[in-house]
Design a protein around this ligand. Structure first.
Ligand SMILES: Cc1ncc(COP(=O)(O)O)c(C=O)c1O
Length: 490
């Protein structure tokens, strides 16, 4: 007889009833070929003794298995595994080792190797974390947002909202975006030009998938937002890397590249380029628009960080100028409130928005209707505008304070250019202080920071990382810089 007492282990703390655990385990043993079709099972009394359980529990398990036709009870003979089940070649049985169908690797051949850097924060348990440049949730109008959200869950129209839902986003939010984007960014658009996405990231993905044919050349900054590069390459693009300096992407270099190669798409981050945080200057924007007209380029303008500019008002987007329908404009609400609220937007000609909505439907039938509706209210009643203004002031002060702290404690070790806006500083560590070692030491001191690996591309190793300052208050900034200063001393 099989050693049922070691084959069937019971977890009395499980939410699954004990009889169900026995039945489930017996089914697995039959499926794995360890118990063969037609073989006898111990009677309920004997099994109850083996498992040290009440007999009634085993009877209930057998009744369950009987009802599902896994076993049959033959009067006066005993309990047998059903005869008609297919023979399974038994797996090697190792006592004490539980078998899970989802351990480790797939059973079928699977060689896909998507290399995407792990998130730089969020999963970390450290009290102090350097993120890429996140807003401070503590400043966001979350109470007002949650009040709106709650009131919608009580609203009788909630079902109608789902039935009428559109992969381009909740209509009221698309509608609210029209005056909002007109007053903040000078965009002259209609509701049909707006699609709501789950963050700017989804908008980048959708635009890339619709625009890129395998082998297409896509011009990107060098260095560039690594997740956009991966999206483009995944879609089959060949990247043409254009240097980025203190005034953003070098448009002369782009013009030269356009003469040499049939570039179809340009991805540009006009405010606070990721990772280097520089802003595309007004003259370069005009130069870029000329190239767009000349070569009929498709531009993906990722203005993820438009709302936070300190030294002046933000520069109006390319999308606000006449561009012959060539600019796909992308923005994000996640940067205004919190990255956990997955709301962003894409602005484009209507035919493009329709296709983007169709494509989105293949992976995500609709966005978060309730959240989108609540955000629409906060845009219309001015809460988002007031919050943006208030946090702009706070982040401005934080930027100045963080830069002073860097100058005071890390001068000669960290090199940076004060960004005109945004939520992060591109901190380049002196070669003498390799980031992987600094990050490891910082972790020992209770601070998580990424080790700069995401920005090591080909020959370039910037030994740099984005240090998000916006989410840190005064005390936290002092602590972070203090730990960094200690970490580089080792
Ligand atoms: C340049 C850039 N674009 C897009 C995104 C994605 O933003 P979202 O959180 O809105 O998806 C990020 C995120 O940090 C980013 O840095």
């Amino acid at each position: 007889m099989l050693p049922f007492q070691s084959l069937i282990s019971i977890d009395k703390n499980s939410i699954i009833p004990v009889y169900q655990q026995i039945a489930n385990r017996l089914v697995s043993l039959i499926r794995e070929g360890i118990i063969r079709p037609g073989s006898a099972l111990p009677g309920s009394r004997e099994m109850a003794e083996l498992l040290q359980l009440h007999r009634k529990t085993v009877v209930a398990a057998y009744e369950e298995l009987n009802a599902q036709d896994w076993i049959e009870s033959v009067p006066r003979k005993g309990v047998f595994v059903a005869q008609n089940l297919p023979e399974v070649k038994p797996r090697k049985f190792t006592e004490g080792v539980s078998v899970s169908a989802y351990a480790g690797n797939t059973g079928f051949s699977f060689n896909r190797q998507l290399i995407v850097p792990a998130p730089s924060s969020g999963v970390q348990k450290q009290r102090l974390v350097i993120n890429d440049g996140f807003p401070d949730l503590r400043l966001a109008p979350m109470e007002a947002l949650m009040r709106e959200y709650r009131s919608l869950t009580k609203n009788k129209t909630i079902h109608a909202m789902i039935e009428r839902s559109d992969p381009a986003g909740v209509y009221s939010l698309r509608e609210a975006m029209v005056p909002y984007l007109s007053s903040t960014r000078g965009l002259s658009i209609q509701t049909n030009n707006v699609m709501i996405t789950r963050g700017a990231q989804m908008a980048i993905y959708l635009a890339a998938r619709l625009l890129i044919q395998p082998g297409d050349y896509v011009a990107v900054g060098d260095p560039n937002y690594h997740l956009a590069n991966i999206v483009f390459e995944e879609a089959g693009a060949k990247l043409v890397r254009i240097p980025v300096d203190e005034q953003g992407m070098d448009i002369d270099a782009l013009a030269t590249a356009c003469k040499k190669k049939k570039i179809r798409i340009v991805y540009v981050i006009p405010h606070h380029h990721h990772p280097t945080t520089t802003t595309l200057s007004a003259d370069r924007r005009m130069q870029l628009l000329q190239l767009v007209r000349q070569y009929k380029l498709a531009v993906i303008e990722d203005d993820y960080d438009f709302s936070f500019h300190y030294d002046s008002a933000p520069i109006l987007p390319l999308a606000s100028t006449h561009h012959d329908g060539c600019v796909i404009y992308i923005g994000s609400v996640t940067k205004v409130l919190t990255p956990s609220l997955r709301i962003g937007f894409m602005v484009a000609p209507e035919n493009f928005i329709k296709q983007a909505a169709n494509l989105r439907r293949l992976i995500d039938l609709r966005g978060d209707n309730l959240m989108e509706t609540a955000i629409a209210t906060l845009i219309r009643n001015g809460d988002i505008g007031r919050h943006t203004k208030k946090s702009n002031k706070v982040y401005h002060q934080r930027r100045d304070m963080f830069c002073s702290l860097l100058d005071e404690h890390l001068s000669g070790i960290v090199n940076y250019q004060k960004p005109a806006g945004g939520m992060a500083i591109w901190a380049r560590f002196h070669r003498q202080y390799p980031l992987p070692a600094v990050a490891a030491r910082a972790l020992e001191l209770g601070l998580f920071m990424n080790n700069g690996a995401a920005y090591v591309t080909g020959k370039a190793n910037y030994n740099a990382l984005r240090v998000g300052f916006a989410s840190l208050n005064e005390k936290e900034m002092q602590e972070v810089v203090g730990v960094l200063a200690r970490a580089v001393k080792k």
